[in-house]
Write a protein that binds this ligand. Sequence first.
Ligand code: GTR
Length: 357
Amino acid sequence: MLREELIKRGVPMPDASTKEDWIALRPQIKETILREVYGEFPHKPDAIEYKDVTQWGLEEVFMAGDADKYQIRVEITYDGRKGSFPFNLAIPKAGRPVPALVAINFESGSPYKYQPTEEIIDNGFAIAGLCYNDVTKDNDDFSDNIAGLIYNGEPRTATSPGKIAIWSWAASLVMDYLMTRPEIDHKNIAVIGHSRLGKTSLVTGAFDERFAFVIANDSGCGGAAISRGKGGESIEKIIDRFPYWFCLNYQKYVGKEDAMPIDQNWLLSLVAPRKLMIASASEDLWADPNSEYLGAFAASEIFKLYGLSFAGPDRFPVPGDSFYDGDVTYHQRIGKHYLSRKDWNHYLPYIRTHLNK
Ligand code: GTR
């Protein structure tokens, strides 16, 4: 049924019938996605320093002493100019390297409603949370903080990065730091985000192969959802309110999804052979759960080339469905657009039981 749906919507599938075909195509696909949708990532900074700027006093107890909590400032020198952004980090005192999450957040604090730090620590994970607005504001001001550093007053070109690409780039700088911490199991680091930051999480994890798990919660348009034939938010609607999330080229596809050389399943496919977790909320029709599921379903064709699997059926999901028995997972929480404890209770046990050796 969904195969027919993909054909009906005209969703292009990558021309790959073996893993080798796909591997050969990947560089070109990455280039196309950045050029047409998100914009090109900034180049590597000249220098990066990570400063421990933890402010709480030594007497302050965090999590009954079961975890260490830090505030780290990322200081970037980019083309000779300097900028910075902070992130929070909590690491359980486990006495051995623990899996970790990079959470791309709406707020700077820890814990906050979408980052239940204590529960995450209790589940045996470390967590690093960065707030997107601390990197560069969620608006069309490309002179703000890290965007300003990258743009240096130059106008945007058709392919220069939108804000999603800049937030993703920052999340990879947090990943660089985690790679230096011996308390963290570097083979088992996930990236997670909700909604616009679910889109950002997908871009981060698709392009930064150090992330072993890529989680997109209610990511919708420009995220996990197939754009062609999508309900709720369309490219036209997202460009109307949030043109700056994407590169200028993306505007060519307003009302012309069919002209795109790719669809969102191509982005999801880049996560293979790592683990991909897609989730929807049943009442989140703006994101369109069916189109999100269709994205996961279409991408699983590429995972299959690696001998990997998706346990979801060949039909649209119903509220409450969850499919975990595979490398691509999907669940549809009953309720509203949100990153809830129920969602975390799907993600954390899955990661714990699928750790890389
Ligand atoms: C909406 C936007 C969605 C989604 C959401 C969010 O207004 O249309 O694409 O990203 O915001 O981030 O909460």
